[in-house]
Design a protein around this ligand. Structure first.
Ligand SMILES: [Zn+2]
Length: 136
């Protein structure tokens, strides 16, 4: 499966990290880890830009992260107009920074830097897959 199954707007279907979407189907959000130097990447990268190795593995991002930053979008780019307002967030999981949307189930007044969060795979009504942060 390629990236045509991910999100609202189809990006290129063919990528070296298309397995990201296969993992979403199984309920996992994955990052890549370079087996040569240990660098971790999100979104996953097929090649390590630190040591230039292509020996990477995809690993689930597990456990609880902490909200690092967030902002609410009231205007959206093409394809996302029906979603506003939505909150974009960055959270850190054991040193790995992950970017994504905050679940609309989390009340805006509860959002704060340091809030414990976890990742959740989301299947949209049209069958597309994505992920979001929810309260841990
Ligand atoms: Zn590396």
């Amino acid at each position: 499966m390629g990236f045509e199954k991910f999100g609202r707007i189809s990006f290129t279907a063919q990528t070296k990290v298309a397995a990201f979407v296969d993992h979403l189907e199984r309920g996992e959000v994955v990052a890549s880890r370079c087996t040569q130097c240990g660098a971790r990447y999100f979104p996953p990268r097929a090649d390590c830009y630190r040591c230039l190795s292509d020996k990477v593995v995809l690993e689930p991002i597990q456990g609880t992260g902490r909200l690092v930053s967030f902002t609410t979008a009231n205007y959206a780019p093409t394809g996302f107009e029906a979603d506003v307002p939505y909150t974009l967030a960055m959270a850190e999981f054991d040193g790995l920074k992950v970017f994504g949307r905050m679940s609309k189930e989390v009340p805006e007044q509860e959002l704060a830097v340091g809030l414990p969060v976890r990742l959740k795979v989301v299947r949209m009504p049209d069958g597309q897959l994505s992920y979001e942060f929810v309260k841990a």
